[in-house]
Every structure is written in C-alpha cells, then in structure tokens.
Write a protein that binds this ligand. Structure first.
Ligand code: HEC
Length: 92
C-alpha cells in the first residue's frame, strides 16, 4: 500500500504530490491493468521503462473499452504511481 513515506520520497520529482493522488493511481492500475494479464509489480521496471510502457498500455485499455477511459490526466496519475512504487520499500 502507498504511504506518506512514498509521497515524501518523490516530493522533489513531483512537487505538490499527495497521498490521495498516489492512491488514485493505484486504483486506476488495479481497475484497468489486470484484464489481459496479471498486475506487474511496479519494481519490475525502471522509470524510463514505465515512461514507454504506460502510454502503450493505456492505448490498449482505451481500445478494449472503446473509449478514452484513461485520459491524459489519468495517464499521468498512473505513471506517477508506478514510478513512485517502483522504488518503494512498502510495495508488495
Ligand atoms: C487489452 C489487453 C491489455 C490491457 C488492458 C493491458 N495490457 Fe499490458 N500487455 C498486454 C499484452 C498482450 C502484453 C505483452 C504480453 C505480456 O507481457 O504479458 C502486455 C505487456 C505489459 C507489460 C510488460 C511490458 C514489457 O516490456 O515486458 C507491462 C508492464 C504491462 N503490460 C502493463 C500494463 C498496464 C500498466 C496496463 C494498464 C494501463 C496494461 N498493461 C493493460 C495487454 C494488455
């Protein structure tokens, strides 16, 4: 589970970042990214890898749903979640 320690760790990278936004990212991830394959642990990929993977996978989600279920704002929330938790000691 994301914690305030995670928000603290990335506060220079993401000024104004909140635990609420981090939690929103987790919900987006759980709700949209486990329909074709199981959830991949955030730590399996680096920040630069997630930056390439997320846009490609978001296109798949939106195609599958036939609409823009993940828009540009949600895509950023999701990417920040994955990048933050990729280096989190609390990520399970
Ligand atoms: C419509 C089906 C579908 C959806 C929805 C989907 N994926 Fe995927 N994803 C795939 C397929 C197919 C692959 C390639 C085979 C594999 O690695 O399982 C893949 C691969 C991946 C990989 C491995 C990439 C690599 O380079 O090894 C990651 C990470 C990933 N997806 C993340 C996500 C995330 C994050 C989301 C939600 C935004 C998502 N996926 C939603 C179909 C999907």
């Amino acid at each position: 589970m994301p914690t305030n320690n995670d928000v603290e760790r990335v506060k220079d990278k993401y000024p104004g970042y909140t635990l609420q936004e981090l939690n929103e990212g987790e919900i987006l991830y759980r709700q949209n990214c486990a329909t074709c394959h199981s959830l991949k642990h955030p730590a399996l990929f680096t920040e630069s890898q997630w930056e390439k993977i997320v846009p490609a996978e978001v296109i798949k989600v939106n195609k599958q749903n036939g609409n823009t279920i993940i828009d540009k704002d949600y895509q950023r929330v999701l990417l920040r979640y994955l990048v933050t938790m990729a280096t989190s000691p609390s990520a399970k």
